[in-house]
Design a protein around this ligand. Structure first.
Ligand code: ATP
Length: 247
């Protein structure tokens, strides 16, 4: 796998991207002139101390927030040039997003939650489409259950199925195991690995070195800037790098 994906080979590439919050002396440069590519078909974890800009980077790359400057390329598309409607359409069809808190709709069944992105995109699911993807995340028997009837790990797998139903070019995951116990988290991480083996691109923010070590590479941030990248690192090496940044 290439370490530095160029825009042509990247699932998502950032070129000189900055994003600040607030103005004047109180301004915070959450992401500060970042240039990086995330390889297609690869799984990249983003780590860094609290407030280092991880979530902001993920939200920028996913088109959930606008950059102040620089370019963000999703496949070949410059999303920084996209209008609001185009960006909404692009998020619905080309991007999957999974949150720490699952964000399922409580009144809908697992199957209805999974079908939602297709309905929002203006089409219903094809025959067997939802059942197939629920089976792929190991929840074939839970289609009619509502979120409150599912464990945290099961809810996160429904959320992953919902994110994957549109076959996104890249799956963004913000602390996907943050609310899970080790065992449920492990099931989710194994599911993500299965998806990557199938060609899926994943960008994941995590605080957990053990989770980050499951990715192909780990990118570190400090004060909104890139602060290193490790390939195929074990959890101890990831933790050492993180501790050095926090020191
Ligand atoms: N909406 C906002 N308004 C003002 N400041 C913000 C906003 N979002 C983020 N920030 C600031 O930008 C910086 C980066 O925040 P971000 O949430 O991206 O960091 P993080 O690395 O994900 O943090 P954590 O690990 O604590 O979740 C922080 O200083 C934060 O306080």
């Amino acid at each position: 796998m290439t370490t530095l994906a160029t825009p042509a080979t990247a699932a998502v590439a950032l070129e000189g991207v900055s994003r600040a919050y607030g103005t004047g002396p109180a301004a915070v440069r959450a992401v500060d002139d970042v240039t990086i590519g995330f390889p297609r078909g690869g799984w990249t974890a983003v780590m860094g101390p609290s407030g280092s800009g991880k979530s902001t980077l993920l939200h920028l790359a996913a088109g959930l927030e606008r950059a102040d400057s620089g370019r963000i390329l999703l496949g070949g598309t410059d999303i920084t040039a996209a209008g609001d409607d185009e960006l909404t359409a692009l998020r619905r069809t080309r991007i999957g997003f999974v949150f720490q808190s699952f964000n399922l709709i409580a009144s809908l069944t697992a199957a209805e939650n999974v079908a939602l992105p297709l309905r929002l995109a203006g089409r219903g699911p094809g025959k067997g489409e939802v059942a197939d993807i629920l089976a792929a995340v190991g929840l074939a028997e839970r289609a009619r259950h509502r979120p409150r009837e599912l464990s945290g790990g099961q809810q996160q797998r429904v959320a992953i199925a919902r994110a994957m139903i549109t076959q996104p070019e890249i799956l963004f995951a913000d602390e996907p195991t943050g609310a899970l116990d080790t065992r449920s988290g492990d099931v989710v991480l194994r599911l993500l690995r299965t998806m990557v083996t199938g060609g899926q691109s994943i960008l994941m923010v995590t605080h957990d070195p053990a989770a980050a070590a499951r990715a192909d590479s780990v990118v570190f941030l400090r004060d909104g800037r890139l602060a290193g990248r490790l390939e195929s690192a074990d959890a101890a090496t990831v933790a050492e790098h993180l501790v050095a940044l926090e020191g």
